[in-house]
Design a binder for this molecule. Structure first.
Ligand code: SF4
Length: 169
């Protein structure tokens, strides 16, 4: 599995100050995608054990962080491998807050109890849906187009339907 980038601190990829890992590989082909280079799963650098550990250590040593964001690409296409990284991360930082960006809808991810579902279960917040250029809106916080939703994963899984996150929390 490759990553196309890693940012130690971001304020635009979810609530608060967050570390962000951009995974390579995406097959949604949204027209107007902001990062087409990340569609190729071989783009970027290999997400080695040492790179993973480096990121975990960075997060552990930064008390200002609110959590980690999994972005891309779309990490749900590499769910099996991403799960292994998240398990490692949670072993060291059990209460870490995880946001994840995807072109899938939560209904698609909840449909089958597969690796995508398992990865979803490990995250706190899902920003879902393909980027729709006709619905592009630069005024929305943490999303690119109006169809995309910022969802509370635990509540959504409990209720069996999409539950929006209250950003005041
Ligand atoms: S899901 Fe994201 S990375 Fe993938 S094509 Fe759509 S906008 Fe681009």
């Amino acid at each position: 599995m490759n990553i196309s980038g890693y940012i130690k601190e971001s304020i635009v990829d979810g609530q608060g100050l967050r570390a962000v890992v951009f995974f390579s590989g995406c097959y949604h082909n949204c027209f107007g995608c902001h990062s087409p280079q990340t569609h190729d799963k071989n783009y970027g650098e290999e997400f080695t054990e040492s790179k993973q550990q480096e990121i975990i250590e960075d997060i552990k040593s930064n008390p200002l962080l609110s959590g980690l964001t999994l972005s891309g690409g779309d990490c749900f296409f590499s769910a099996k491998e991403v799960i292994k990284f998240v398990i490692k991360l949670k072993n060291e930082i059990p209460d870490i807050n995880i946001w994840v960006y995807t072109g899938f809808t939560i209904e698609q991810l909840m449909g089958k109890k597969d690796n995508k579902y398992k990865l979803l279960e490990m995250c706190d917040v899902l920003v879902d849906g393909k980027f729709e250029i006709g619905l592009r809106d630069t005024t929305i916080k943490f999303a690119g187009s109006r169809n995309q939703r910022i969802l509370d994963v635990k509540e959504s899984l409990e209720c069996g339907k999409a539950i929006l996150l209250s950003l005041d929390k």
